[in-house]
Design a protein around this ligand. Structure first.
Ligand code: PEP
Length: 254
């Protein structure tokens, strides 16, 4: 939609390294699509936290924003291995993904935990990208809307109206992530519209303002038709964000 700036977010997941990151970011920055003033959409790379510092220095004069892939639900203390939102905020970390389906599945993250992570991020001035999405089994059982609405409501429950307007939502059907299967634009739009109507129950301001990204095998050849839907405000891109040519052509499609 015209009132929401399109966000094209890459999720590198557990990929990359000092050399690979430098070469990927160099190709992205060399592209005319990303010349500091040229891009109309917002472009983001969500990197492994250990590389925040590297990315911050490589992207210091760039139009590309930096994000993290997860954050602790706690403020500080005895949580070995975790990274707090305040630590992320020590770097040029503008966004953080919370509730990615891989974390929900492999780390048993509950809706309530994801909500606390979103809250902590906002308290440090970092915008959470809240991922929601159904499994294939849930879709086939006709439970898609119920699942994604429950996931979103858990986050809405802990945020006041001002905070709610600052989140980003990503609808990522689990069966479409890394599988090459994409929701059709119509299937995705239907869920995005449901999510927006749930936001609207709280406030029209939030509903109009919150960007809802689609994620799940978004590629150069399907990005344009997905991004053309009225309630799809951008993409969360895994595999295709690791190849500069693919990521750039998705940015172009936006
Ligand atoms: C993701 O991990 O958020 C994702 C959408 O991955 P992919 O694009 O590889 O399906």
């Amino acid at each position: 939609s015209q009132q929401r700036r399109t966000l094209i977010a890459g999720n590198w997941k557990m990929n990359g390294g000092l050399a690979a990151n430098a070469s990927l970011l160099e190709s992205l920055q060399a592209a005319p699509e990303l010349a500091a003033s040229g891009s109309t959409c917002e472009v983001l790379v969500c990197v492994p936290v250990i590389y925040l510092s590297q990315c911050e220095s490589l992207l210091s004069s760039s139009a590309i924003a930096i994000g993290a892939q997860d954050v602790s639900a706690h403020l500080s203390g005895a949580y070995t291995g975790e990274i707090s939102s305040a630590m992320l905020a020590d770097f040029a970390c503008k966004y953080v993904i919370v509730g990615h389906s891989e974390r929900r599945a492999y780390h048993h993250e509950s809706n309530e935990l994801v909500a606390q992570k979103a809250l902590q991020a906002l308290r440090s001035g970092i915008f959470p990208i809240v991922c929601v999405g159904e499994t294939l089994e849930q879709r086939e059982a006709g439970k898609t809307n119920e699942v994604v609405v429950t996931q979103l409501r858990a986050v809405m429950d802990v945020l006041d109206d001002g905070a709610l307007a600052r989140i980003v939502v990503a609808y990522e059907p689990v069966w479409a992530i890394g599988t090459g299967k994409t929701a059709t634009p119509e299937m995705a739009q239907e869920v995005h519209a449901v999510l927006r109507s749930v936001l609207a129950e709280r406030s029209d301001f939030a509903a109009n303002r919150v960007r809802i990204l689609y994620g799940g095998s978004m590629k150069p050849d399907n990005a344009q038709e997905l991004l053309a839907m009225p309630d799809i405000d951008g993409g969360l891109i895994g595999g295709a964000s690791l190849k500069s040519a693919d990521f750039l052509s998705i940015i172009k499609a936006a």
